[in-house]
Design a protein around this ligand. Structure first.
Ligand SMILES: [Zn+2]
Length: 355
């Protein structure tokens, strides 16, 4: 296998959606269950990774038709120190025409269009609704009520240090699945999916196709179709692993600002070799989002953030000063209001996380 040894991507967690008393979405004729399709594709992906990369450990959140709560799925990934989390699902709407695949990463919805937003809120509710199947959900999910749109605002405050890597893998998947039997891409979305919020590594949720669309369903029902979908996701994994491993060897992926113009390893070299310039400042990154927000947004609690575009993300930085020690003092206050924030050095448009 093309493996880089001990450093780099060593463990991947594959999460087949639903299972047991939660079948997920079910075809009109009741013959096909999302839980079974997701498990089959996941097992194929597991085999491909295990064969192609014998030194990579593959952890499945379930390998039989059992019910696993969403928080338990994330816990399995976290406990195994997975470097990547891939959740596999099938989509469904009441209308039979929508088709294609979509990839979801954690975030507040980045789509302002009302219809798109309503559509996606439905997907989101469906994937989160499994929470309702658990008796103690109100305690376990800290007041999060999946049937109440207002409670989604709760997630707007959530941070995810791994968003950048998640988006990169989402792009790899979007590209690879374009060769597949279900070719239509519905894009990459930022959504408040519970399972993605609880995982502490790059994480994506893939809706491989629509159960409600005749053509997509026909593909999902064939072994050949499911195998090709697994193969496409495996191809995306190969691309991601290669880039991840080379950026780990040059620095850690989270510490490297990835820009579209330059591949990660080159950027990392540039960061490492750059002499200390007077233009360099320090600050506290409080948010990375695909959304271009106003500096008056209530999210920033009165702070006026510095905004830097990095790849497909905007990064928002407050408590900016010319020395690390001044920013560290500011950070003492800021961290109380912004959970998950961290100190960064900003040099032009290159942002480097400081431990
Ligand atoms: Zn699902």
């Amino acid at each position: 296998g093309a493996d880089n040894g001990r450093r780099g991507l060593r463990t991947v967690c594959i999460d087949p959606g639903h299972g047991g008393n939660d079948p997920g979405c079910v075809s009109r004729d009741k013959k096909t269950h999302e839980s079974k399709i997701a498990l089959d594709i996941s097992k194929r992906l597991n085999r491909m990774i295990t064969e192609g990369y014998p030194s990579v450990k593959v952890v499945m959140t379930r390998s039989t038709d059992v019910f696993i709560p969403l928080d338990k799925r994330a816990e399995i990934a976290n406990k195994n120190d997975a470097n990547l989390f891939i959740s596999i699902h099938v989509n469904m709407v009441s209308n039979t025409s929508p088709n294609g695949y979509s990839i979801h990463v954690l975030g507040q919805s980045s789509h302002k269009d009302r219809d798109l937003f309503a559509y996606n809120m439905n997907v989101c509710r469906r994937e989160n609704s499994v929470i309702m199947l658990e008796d103690d959900y109100s305690e376990k999910y800290q007041g999060f009520d999946p049937s109440d749109p207002e409670s989604f605002i709760f997630f707007n405050l959530m941070q995810n240090a791994h968003l950048e890597q998640s988006l990169l893998f989402a792009q790899d998947v979007e590209h690879a699945m374009n060769a597949g039997p279900i070719k239509k891409s519905r894009g990459i979305w930022q959504d408040p999916f519970f399972v993605l919020w609880k995982t502490s590594m790059p994480a994506v949720l893939i809706e491989v196709g629509f159960m409600s669309n005749a053509a997509d369903l026909a593909v999902l029902r064939t072994e050949e179709g499911r195998n090709k979908i697994a193969e496409d996701i495996y191809n995306a994994f190969k691309v991601f692993k290669k880039r991840y491993d080379s950026s780990v060897n040059a620095g850690t992926p989270e510490e490297v600002a990835v820009t579209k113009a330059e591949p990660a390893p080159k950027t990392a070299e540039k960061v490492a070799q750059a002499p200390v310039k007077t233009g360099k400042v320090y600050g506290v990154q409080v948010l990375a989002s695909a959304k271009d927000m106003k500096d008056t947004d209530p999210f920033f609690k009165g702070y006026k953030p510095m905004k830097i575009k990095s790849g497909s993300l905007y990064k928002y930085i407050i408590g900016v000063s010319d020395t690390k020690s001044k920013t560290e003092v500011e950070y003492g206050k800021i961290r109380k209001s912004f959970a998950g924030s961290f100190i960064v050095a900003v040099d032009g448009d290159v942002i480097t996380r400081i431990k």
